[in-house]
Design a protein around this ligand. Sequence first.
Ligand SMILES: Nc1nc2c(c(=O)[nH]1)N[C@H]1C(S)=C(S)[C@@H](COP(=O)(O)OP(=O)(O)OC[C@H]3O[C@@H](n4cnc5c(=O)[nH]c(N)nc54)[C@H](O)[C@@H]3O)O[C@H]1N2
Ligand SMILES: Nc1nc2c(c(=O)[nH]1)N[C@H]1C(S)=C(S)[C@@H](COP(=O)(O)OP(=O)(O)OC[C@H]3O[C@@H](n4cnc5c(=O)[nH]c(N)nc54)[C@H](O)[C@@H]3O)O[C@H]1N2
Ligand code: SF4
Ligand SMILES: [Mo]
Length: 818
Amino acid sequence: MSEMNVPQRGISRRSFLKATGALAGAAAVAGAATPSLTALAAEDGAAGAGGEVVGYGVCRSNCMQSCRYKAHVRDGKLVKLTPAEYGEDLYRGSCLRGMSYQHRIYSPERIKYPMRRVEGTERGAGEWERISWDEAISDIASHFQAIIDEYGPKAIAFDFGTGNYGEIQGQTGIFNRLGGMLGVSKPAGMNDLSTGYGIDRVLGTGLMYFANEAKSVLDSSHIFIWGSNPVHSTPQNWRWMQRAKEQGTKIITIDPVKSATAHKSDEYFAIKPTTDGYLALAMANYIIENGLQDDDFIAKRSTAAFLVRDDTGMLLHKSAFEAVAEGEDDPVFVWDEAAGAAALHGSAASPALEGRFEVQGIPVTTSYTLLKERLADYTVADAARVCGMDEDDIVYLARELAGAKAASVNISFGMDHYYNGYQSCWAIAILLALTGQVGRDGAGFTGIFLNTALALNTKGLWAAKGFKGMATTFPMTMLHEVVETQQLNGQPYPMKALVSIISNSVSNWPAQNNYLNKIIPNLDFILAMDMEMTDTARHADIVLPTASFYENEDFRKAHNLPYIVHQDKVIEPLYEAKDDVEIAGLIGRALGLADAFPESATFDTYANALLKSEACEKANVTLERLRAEGYIDLTVLPGKPGIVGRAKFPTKSGLAQLYTETPAPRVSYGQDVKARFAKEHLVYYQESAEVSENSEAAKKFPIVFYQEHSRWRTHSQWFNSPLLKELDPKPVFKISAADAAERGIASGDVVEVFNDRGHMVVECVIDPSLPAGVSRMPKGWQRDQFIEGGYQELTYPVHDEWSVAFNFYDTRVDVRKK
Ligand SMILES: Nc1nc2c(c(=O)[nH]1)N[C@H]1C(S)=C(S)[C@@H](COP(=O)(O)OP(=O)(O)OC[C@H]3O[C@@H](n4cnc5c(=O)[nH]c(N)nc54)[C@H](O)[C@@H]3O)O[C@H]1N2
Ligand SMILES: Nc1nc2c(c(=O)[nH]1)N[C@H]1C(S)=C(S)[C@@H](COP(=O)(O)OP(=O)(O)OC[C@H]3O[C@@H](n4cnc5c(=O)[nH]c(N)nc54)[C@H](O)[C@@H]3O)O[C@H]1N2
Ligand code: SF4
Ligand SMILES: [Mo]
């Protein structure tokens, strides 16, 4: 082990050999006959003759919980993973996926060496020839070079997925350097981006920084779990919520389905899918009509008093009356009641929260008045009808929220994955602002907490001399159109090659037939890099074997925890696998980028470049320290959980915004944004695309279909884990009792689930937690695990022009017995 980077910390050596345990351990490692659950249990306590070396690591799959592990290595084999400590007891976590990761490492299904599709066979036909690394790299380089020479680098698309959140080997890691040096296209990411886009309208938190730290719920009197299933999808959050519950915090879940979380909550309210925005707006209206709002918060911490010009819809700024130099602050006017005149924000003695005024001939209205008028459209009676709820329940929820000492809303991506996801989340953020349930201890959103305290030097990692950057000219949902037509917005846009990086997009992008029929057959070259034969790897021309989490060194700024965490390299990459740093270097040098990827550059080179930032210096974050200590606490206020907007909100004014002056689409790809600009100033309810009962699809396909983030897989990772397949052996479609009865379907029947986009043939089960008209299935299965087709063929592919996000759940289907 001496050449490996396994620090000597935490090493335990044992001189005895427990025969039974060692045997069971060996069987599990081989992925073999003994049921792996038994083997996993039996492994405990067995050390080989060489003793045991313990390294430390962090799970980097996109389940975003950042669990830390002890990796137990015996005779050069990773035999066991056990939860490792963090500074706070409840941040120490684990799950069966993380604990069984070694089964993926030693899986017989692992991609062992570079492979090339046999010439003359179809993509996806499964005929491969083994090739050497040299051959693979020169083949890749000559394909890329030919495309660059003829069409330019933008004709190569780098698709970045979420399979590894390591800072160097992962999503924002080294392949960004390769892509940026070449100047390729990068289809703009679309996962999980409506929630943050909606909340940003009010809190200014960007796309992913809206959540308080998980442990903040200990200060909450109420937790509203809204569009989230933490029992399965964010166990770190759930642990803190359980502790809060023990202390008397009330947990209320709002979900169309009686989810695992709903079953464990104090109160559960069923809602029709995608109508949450209506509920939030009606609650807000009720709160205002009954004077339950937090006037103090509204006056001091929101933009209620900001004056909006009736003529332009823009705020009334200083620049309306006098020249303001570029770059100089251009403050907003409020109406000073004391003076009976307009005054710049900050200088008024008593700003009017409500009213209509005229300032030097310009008619203006306060933001709060406009918001109140908008909210008046949403009554409790209408909400009861739209949301399928009792009026009394809506009133109860409004009163509980407004009256709570401190309420947090645990929000994940259950509302996000619909066409109207951002309007729902925007409405909830407005509701929190009106009730003052944000920006203080125990109040605000929880979900995926991201620490803002540590800015890394991504430029240092990504850029060298000659850096071009990647062109994020269009979003992922448009790739099929660009590849099929070789055009974008009617202009030529040659697109010839695809590189799949830490991604399984064939499996994970909506409307799979778009991918299979429009992207795959129309490209000249497809490169995939992965550990196992995913749906994407199966359709590539060249597949490269990559290293697993424990076969290389890395670190991650933890999602959902206040730490930056180190990963030891505990074993050498198996077979011919290489890590992404090495692969990017090989490809880079083969394409003449030796200056950006010198032979001498190692993990350390890139890691030190990334950690060379002011913030790292301030927090004393260095590679040496990460290696020695395992993780570093980045808590900003010692002893206090991170709270969004504790001092001020990250909006321009520092206040919660009730009115959005300059709404902008998340990604601009040439869409007409003028048409909707005026509508986007004030929160509103938007119906979902297909799920809405008023949609065209609803006439044809009566059943709503969403895909659960399963506790047995993180997306498609672990799809082939022998251990987890003992617990969850195959894809199963879940149908409500009413929908099953109507179709003569019983649990265990094979059914065909279909819509106009595609189908799947699978076994089904009647799920008593589902209301009539709603179906679901756990996601992550690969196509060859279905009897026919797959769930991803069915999903809705169109994005909203402003949020530009994936809308997997906005899907309707019908079902028949096979
Ligand atoms: N129908 C439907 N589809 C969905 C969703 C849904 O709810 N419904 N959810 C969506 C969401 S929210 C998300 S975030 C996406 C996730 O979609 P993806 O980002 O595609 O996620 P994974 O399935 O985890 O695939 C990541 C791949 O990276 C590989 N990998 C892991 N580590 C490494 C490494 O170090 N190097 C390399 N080269 N590869 C590595 C893994 O083996 C895996 O094949 O799925 C989306 N798809
Ligand atoms: N075990 C595991 N954990 C994961 C992942 C995983 O694949 N496996 N993936 C990770 C990733 S990338 C993501 S994005 C998150 C997703 O995490 P979550 O958002 O928590 O997971 P989902 O399964 O999408 O569903 C959340 C809840 O939303 C509900 N829901 C569906 N439609 C609606 C609606 O219209 N209104 C309301 N109010 N609720 C609705 C569902 O019934 C479900 O209970 O999970 C992360 N954690
Ligand atoms: S998959 Fe998620 S919950 Fe499981 S070990 Fe990894 S980070 Fe933790
Ligand atoms: Mo996600």
